[in-house]
Design a protein around this ligand. Structure first.
Ligand code: ASP
Ligand code: MG
Length: 418
């Protein structure tokens, strides 16, 4: 069997969903389709959530009406009989309205997962109904019942063994050749909804591939495959046809937006190849990530991680930071879910570069108990793999650099945002 994942950009319009039908109808393999929320729905649902948490129930309902209208427009353009599309999502919108009207926003993170996850429930209902209308039989699955996670709301970790038992029971290709389920969402053992972190649908696809022993996982994206740099940020980008799992992990960790950083592990563990293919040109090959490649990457790879903060901490009692304080500092950062992108240390201080997030203030506060803390925000981290002086000159000249790390093969530059 194969896993196909379609992201938000692929399903943002009626035209995109028609293209899914076109892609799916060309293959005869057993197929598990993972779909994200449509277009910018997740962002819109975050706004609904914020209003709800401020007890602005009316504001939240008004914003939800926009989300509903967006989906309704797609449905009425897409279906020959729009009623079948509408009836598939109406119960979901009713549930949402009931939560928003009657719910009391106590814990932000668990309410996030309860409400925001509807984006995926809705998109998969529409895609499933449209496949059916197009003559492609398929079974819709509720991944909240199949992907079992811990209770780390908004960034939940999948419990592979529990999920495997449930998923293998639910998926029987002798009953249906095609299954369709939501990316990004799951539930803890009690059944409380969870999400796997923003852009987590790739991770779902990888988990499903692992648990069902897929022969391959394909992420259909609105790019020609993996490039050596983001074409929106750098000129003259080059296509990279093959990468190793190790390359891919390094790129994802450095901030390449191409795949979610957690995606590689479940695939590497079973040596399942990951294809990244252009949604708009399904005849092109795209890129493949696998264990061994015959073609080493020959061009410098540039990755820009934006919205970074440099935190420097120093033990108040002048103790040596690496010996005595390192584990304490990282425990605090881990507890507050800071994503550390770079570490540098001296005898009595550690500097880390982390993603700016809503958890930052809490972390800085707690670090302040034991450390003298200073920080700078508004930074971006440029990672260059396959470094040479010319490329450094081109990408960093005239920039204010706060911190540099350089090895033989790569360089990292933490700079003020332009
Ligand atoms: N819809 C979720 C998000 O936008 C998950 C995903 O797209 O992968 O973050
Ligand atoms: Mg998305």
């Amino acid at each position: 069997m194969k896993v196909y994942k379609f992201g938000g950009a692929s399903v943002r319009s009626a035209e995109g969903i028609r293209n899914i039908v076109k892609i799916v109808s060309t293959i005869n393999d057993n197929l598990f389709i993972v779909v994200s929320a449509m277009g910018k729905t997740t962002n819109a649902m975050e706004v609904v959530l914020d209003l709800f948490m401020k007890a602005d129930h009316q504001g939240a309902l008004t914003k939800l009406t926009e989300v509903e209208a967006y989906h309704e427009a797609i449905i009425s353009e897409l279906f020959l009989t729009p009623e079948s599309g509408r009836s598939s999502v109406e119960p979901l919108f009713s549930e949402l309205k009931k939560y928003i009207t009657e719910g009391v926003g106590d814990d932000y993170d668990s309410w996030y997962d309860r409400l925001v996850s509807y984006g995926e429930l809705i998109s998969t209902k529409i895609v499933s109904a449209y496949l059916l209308e197009s003559g492609i039989n398929n079974m819709w699955l509720n991944m909240r019942e199949l992907i079992v996670t811990d209770s780390n709301f908004r960034e939940a970790n999948v419990r592979m063994n529990d999920s495997q038992v449930r998923l293998q029971k639910a998926v029987d290709f002798s009953k249906s050749r095609i299954y369709i389920g939501q990316g990004f969402i799951g539930a803890n053992v009690k059944g409380d909804p969870t999400t796997l972190g923003r852009e987590g649908s790739d991770y779902t696809a990888a988990v499903v591939g692992n648990l069902l022993d897929a022969e391959s996982v394909t992420i259909w994206k609105d790019v020609p495959g993996i490039l050596n740099a983001d074409p929106r940020l750098f000129e003259n980008t080059v296509h990279i046809p093959e990468l190793t799992y190790l390359d891919a992990v390094e790129l994802a960790y450095s901030g390449a937006q191409i795949i979610h950083p957690k995606t590689i592990k479940p695939l590497e563990n079973k040596h399942i190849p990951l294809y990244v293919r252009p949604f708009g040109s399904p005849d092109e090959d795209g890129s493949v990530i696998k264990a061994v490649t015959e073609k080493p990457i020959e061009v410098p790879v540039l990755i820009l991680r934006k919205n970074q903060v440099l935190i420097t901490i120093r033990p108040r009692d002048f103790s040596f930071v690496l010996e005595e304080s390192l584990s304490k500092a990282f425990a605090v950062m881990n507890k507050h879910r800071l994503k550390v992108a770079l570490i540098q240390s001296s005898a009595i201080s550690i500097s880390v570069c982390v993603d700016n997030s809503r958890y930052l203030a809490g972390a800085l506060d707690e670090l302040g108990n034991d450390f003298k803390v200073t920080y700078n925000d508004g930074l971006e981290l440029l990672t260059i793999r396959g470094i040479n002086d010319e490329i450094v000159q081109k990408t960093t000249s005239g920039r204010t650099i706060l911190l540099t790390q350089r090895t033989r093969r790569s360089g990292r530059y933490l700079m003020k945002e332009l």
